[in-house]
Write a protein that binds this ligand. Structure first.
Ligand code: SAM
Length: 227
């Protein structure tokens, strides 16, 4: 199936609300688990003052989990949608997670150099972010600018199904009990996402081929490594 990009930023209030209200806890926890597993595998620890950036953090579910799991580390969630960050800030004001903050930044602007983010990250994570980019080179370009040498990467995203029928089948299987707007968004995201082969090529083109990309299940791939 040919890729059909969707709008980059999620700004429509009803769409943002449905996304923020949805329970993605199973998938969200995978980012934390993958980072824990990778740190153990390479024998690294995160230290006080280290910085983890959650790229395209949306309503902050994952950034919040990470901040709670590594309370001495600074965690910043970056997103270009004020509507999404309002949801994230709202939760933050209730949970008082001290080592967590958010920045309203359109990520393409980091890649092009229009915006200079003043800090470099020890860890870069993202979930369901890459498929939003009309030009995926921009996503990888921004990450290259944001990471310190030996920065750890954990990125997770949907895999584009082989056909519209398969995409429909996956939507029915995984989201049939969800609100219609969420189902519609999920279907659009499946059509906008990349295949593992395409991501492998993107990483090669970006000079990031030391990162490993692999299929996790019928919906997701992960990219893990240190560069
Ligand atoms: C599907 S949501 C994922 C949110 C979060 N990572 C999660 O897993 O819950 C995608 C997010 O990417 C953000 N986004 C898309 N393109 C972006 C860009 N160019 N710059 C900054 N944020 C972007 C959207 O606004 C949205 O919040």
């Amino acid at each position: 199936m040919k890729r059909t990009p969707e709008p980059e930023l999620m700004q429509i209030p009803s769409q943002v609300r449905a996304y923020a209200d949805a329970d993605f806890s199973k998938s969200d926890s995978m980012v934390v688990k993958s980072l824990e597993k990778y740190l153990k595998k390479v024998g690294r620890t995160l230290n006080q003052g280290d910085l983890i950036l959650d790229m395209a953090c949306g309503p902050g579910n994952i950034a919040e989990r990470i901040a709670k799991n590594w309370p001495l580390v600074n965690v910043t969630g970056i997103d270009g949608s004020m509507e999404m960050l309002n949801e994230a800030e709202d939760k933050l004001s209730k949970n008082h997670t001290k080592n967590l903050s958010y920045e309203l930044i359109e990520i393409n602007s980091i890649a092009t150099g229009e915006i200079h983010f003043p800090f470099k990250a020890d860890v870069l994570v993202s979930n369901s972010a890459l498929h939003h980019f009309h030009d995926p080179c921009r996503f990888w370009g921004a990450l290259k600018k944001l990471g310190k040498t030996n920065c750890i990467h954990i990125h997770r995203d949907l895999i584009r199904p082989t056909s519209l029928e398969k995409a429909f089948e996956l939507k029915e299987k995984h989201l049939s009990n969800s609100p219609e707007i969420l189902q519609k968004d999920f279907f659009a995201s499946l059509k906008a996402s990349f295949t593992v082969d395409e991501v492998t090529q993107q990483l090669f083109n970006a000079g990031l081929s030391e990162l490993e990309v692999f299929q996790v299940d019928e919906l997701y791939f992960e990219i893990i490594g240190c560069i």
